[in-house]
Design a protein around this ligand. Structure first.
Ligand code: ADP
Length: 536
């Protein structure tokens, strides 16, 4: 017997219409390049987004055509987030921190037909536009002139009348695209579907995931050009939450000012964003009055337990989240299950520092050498996932791709344990694991312990080839200003926590750890730098 329920498509226009009708008075706040604050309402956003969709269709956008964006987090980028897919197009967010050659490859590979660019990012566009066949380029102005050959974004909107009907969209059609940063091989494109995006949005809004409501004020620091800003912009529009955008200014003081002035209740970013914010809060707590109920989502790379504890001491709950570009992107969130009531405080924090429990519909398994591993919190294996917002292939992949198993699971490349309560702990990326004398050392565990040292700001641990043990760990460490920490002291500190053979053979002190375009520690750069390193 079939269900008697309507087969109603899960597409983004329905979210936009809901937001426009029901949350029109809600506010969207964007910091501009000149640091001034721009304010508009969901009503403005709704009207302009529909104008954009209509104007794109008038400009000849065909179903499935890609529209690139090279934009900061701001209200016009949000218009593109909805306007492009609601016109039947595919929003392709370009990561402005990538090298010009990479941007050229990505935009060309995706076949971007139109581009929307923030005026202050034109110098970046200059670096690669000649290598891409953009048909038209629309500039979101912030006071300057439009370069020849380009057009004013507002002039594009002015071609629309407001009399617009959404095209018919199949829920499995693509609504957006994002490329993984490609630490190995060429960047690979993921095409998100309307259906996947809508289901992901329902999932992240839920109380035990990010928990978004129309009473919330969200500030995603995670860039909108990376993995849909963890789904926060679309989720906030669906929930009717107030939205605050940093624009180009994501330094600690600018972030704190927005958190304070706008009454933010939920914010999100990678650990490297939070380090200077924490510093500022510790140095001058009296300068800022943040909402006590403000929750902080930290993900993208491991949130050190010390960071979770520090924020907790200030009254803020940290939600440690894990995800991937291939997963729209959220897969797990570290929210406290009722089992926390029976844990000691130390156990609670150890668990909160894990990456969390899978979202509903994120099906997980841990593949060890001998098949699926038990959820015992100890057995390591590769995390494999499947679900309705997880990629089943890349867009026009080049070369051999071994990211999917024969029985249809996506291989995350993350090595994990899962405990009896279902909390996933990332112990490493497969390519970052250190194998010493046939035994695995988790570089992540050692890094987390290091970053718990009061005089250590940043730490990354990499494998160095070794004659006898095959590989041994090297710790790369950035100390706090004025610290006189020695390698021996660092090793002795680790000796309090780890078995002797886990302790790095050497410690290199440096000014800063190189970062990827998304703010993660770039271990590949360290491996290149220390390729010929001689361990003592
Ligand atoms: P890339 O880093 O290659 O650009 P993604 O942004 O999609 O790709 O990053 C996904 C990867 O980031 C995951 O496979 C995992 O290794 C890492 N990651 C994401 N969140 C966390 C987290 N909370 N803790 C540890 N690692 C994480």
């Amino acid at each position: 017997m079939r269900g008697t329920i309507m087969d109603y498509p899960l597409t983004l226009p329905t979210i936009l219409e809901h937001a426009g009708r029901l949350h029109g008075a809600q506010e969207i706040v964007s910091r501009q390049p000149d640091r001034s604050i721009h304010r508009c309402t969901f009503s403005n956003f709704y009207r302009r987004t529909r104008l954009l969709a209509e104007a794109l269709l008038k400009a000849g956008l065909k179903p499935g055509d890609r529209v690139g964006t090279l934009c900061w987090n701001n209200a016009t980028h949000l218009e593109a987030y909805f306007g492009v897919p609601c016109a039947g197009g595919v929003l392709h967010t370009l990561n402005l921190r990538l090298h010009a050659d990479e941007l050229a490859y990505i935009a060309q590979h995706a076949g971007d037909r139109f581009l929307i660019v923030d005026e202050d990012l034109l110098p970046i566009l200059d670096g690669f536009k000649d290598k891409v066949d953009f048909e038209r380029i629309f500039v979101v102005r912030s006071g300057g002139d439009i370069p020849s050959g380009m057009e004013d974004y507002d002039d594009l909107l002015a071609t629309a009348t407001g009399d617009f009907d959404y095209p018919t969209i199949d829920e499995n059609d693509a609504c957006g695209m994002c490329y993984t940063s490609g630490t190995t091989g060429k960047p690979k494109g993921v095409a998100y579907s309307h259906r996947g995006m809508v289901l992901h949005t329902f999932a992240v809004i839920a109380p035990d995931v990010f928990g978004l409501s129309m009473r919330d004020c969200i500030l995603p620091i995670v860039p909108m050009f990376h993995a849909n800003a963890w789904g926060m912009p679309v989720a906030a529009v669906m929930a009717g939450s107030k939205i605050v955008f940093t624009g180009p200014h994501a330094d600690a003081d600018s972030v704190l000012e927005l958190l304070d002035n706008e009454g933010v209740t939920l914010t999100a970013g990678v650990p490297t964003i939070w380090l200077p914010v924490l510093d500022a809060l510790k140095r001058q707590p009296q300068d800022w009055s943040l909402r006590p109920e403000m929750k902080i989502i930290i993900g993208g790379s491991a949130a050190p337990e010390s960071m979770i504890r520090d924020f907790n001491d200030m009254g803020h709950q940290v939600i440690h989240a894990w995800g991937m570009t291939e997963m729209t992107p959220v897969g797990t969130t570290g929210v406290p299950k009722p089992a926390f009531d029976n844990m000691t405080e130390d156990e609670q924090f150890t668990t909160l520092a894990k990456q969390g429990i899978p979202l509903p519909f994120v099906d997980i398994r841990v593949m060890g050498d001998d098949g699926p591993a038990p959820w015992d919190g100890e057995t390591m294996g590769e995390l494999q996932v499947r679900g309705p917002w997880i990629a089943s292939s890349y867009y026009k992949p080049e070369g051999t791709i071994d990211s999917w198993t024969d029985d249809g699971w996506f291989r995350t490349g993350d090595v994990v344990t899962v405990d009896a309560e279902g909390y996933v702990k990332i112990t490493d990326r497969t390519k970052d694991l250190i194998k010493s004398g046939g035994e695995w050392i988790s570089s992540v565990d050692v890094e987390n312990a290091l970053m718990g040292h009061p005089e250590i700001r940043e730490a990354a641990v990499i494998a160095i080839p070794h004659d006898r043990w095959i590989e041994r760990p090297l710790a790369c460490v950035v100390t706090e200003v004025g610290s006189a920490l020695t390698a021996e002291a660092v090793q002795a500190f680790l000796g309090e926590t780890f078995a002797k053979w886990w302790i790095p053979d050497a410690v290199e002190f440096m000014e800063e750890i190189p970062r990827t375009s998304t703010g993660k520690f770039q271990k590949t750069a360290l491996r290149t730098r220390f390729a010929d390193y001689k361990l003592p």
